[in-house]
Design a protein. Structure first.
Length: 268
């Protein structure tokens, strides 16, 4: 899956090219205490569940695999895919950083910080939802069905390893989808058709590449990555919409109030 990752990287580089700021561009509203509260809540859910919920299982609890996912046990044996899937998520994070920095350069530090906070909320809320689903489903990873790989202590696939039973759904894929969807939301809202099309294409390529690599690595089933992509895309669109936006005009920015970021906590 090197080609999709390379294509996504090339598209991200193109999207990062400097462009002139223009009047009427939509920018996220400045962050406030509700943003800090939401991100703290998300982090508390992720790390709290990992620390507090016992979820290690025994070898006999793995159960049957549905026909849609069964082939992933034979195909998902590529250790190198662990690295490439991490690189894919890193590309999405790098795009978010570049986008935030260029926004700050063109529109001021507050606008850049607002962009960065929105991306962060997209990812953290997605990861919180993913952690709740993982702990509730307790689904064994594909590598737990692979006799030889279960013996490798570095893979986290042994019956006594807690991480071996957190397959549903894919946090990597969901994170890539959330970052991509947030970027696509802004690109569409700005009304630049070419840039919006390229942004959507880059996000789709990146999310697909990360999802396929997680299956190749034996860490997730196809239904895990498909669900992760869907959830990440939904959260990635809802987050900037719920936070609201302002339109920068030649005279003064006109604020437009929309539901606060804390509303995400109620949605999920």
């Amino acid at each position: 899956m090197r080609s999709p990752l390379r294509a996504a990287a090339a598209l991200c580089v193109c999207l990062s090219a400097p462009e002139c700021a223009r009047a009427g561009e939509r920018l996220p509203v400045e962050p406030d205490w509700t943003d800090a509260t939401l991100m703290a809540l998300d982090l508390g859910v992720v790390f709290g569940l990992k620390a507090a919920v016992p979820h290690a299982r025994h070898d006999g609890d793995r159960g049957a695999i549905n026909p849609i996912d069964a082939w992933a046990v034979q195909w998902g044996t590529h250790d190198d895919a662990l690295v490439t899937s991490n690189i894919g998520v890193g590309l999405g994070a790098a795009w978010a950083v570049v986008h935030s920095v260029t926004t700050g350069r063109d529109h001021g530090a507050d606008a850049g910080l607002a962009r960065a906070v929105t991306y962060s909320e997209s990812v953290l809320t997605t990861l919180a939802v993913a952690e709740i689903a993982k702990q509730a489903a307790q689904r064994p990873r594909p590598c737990t069905y692979q006799a030889t790989r279960r013996l490798d202590p570095d893979l986290g696939c042994s019956p006594s390893d807690d991480d071996a039973y957190l397959s549903f759904f894919s946090g990597h894929t969901a994170s890539a989808a959330a970052l991509s969807a947030t970027a696509a939301y802004w690109a569409v809202r700005d009304g630049r058709a070419t840039r919006a099309a390229v942004t959507i294409a880059a996000g789709a390529a990146l999310t697909t590449a990360v999802g396929v690599e997680r299956v190749r690595a034996g860490k997730h089933f196809p239904t895990d990555v498909a669900t992760g992509a869907f959830v990440g895309a939904v959260v990635g669109v809802l987050t900037p919409w719920l936070r609201g936006e302002r339109t920068e005009s030649a005279d003064a920015p006109a604020a437009r109030v929309m539901p606060a970021a804390l509303g995400l906590a109620g949605v999920f």
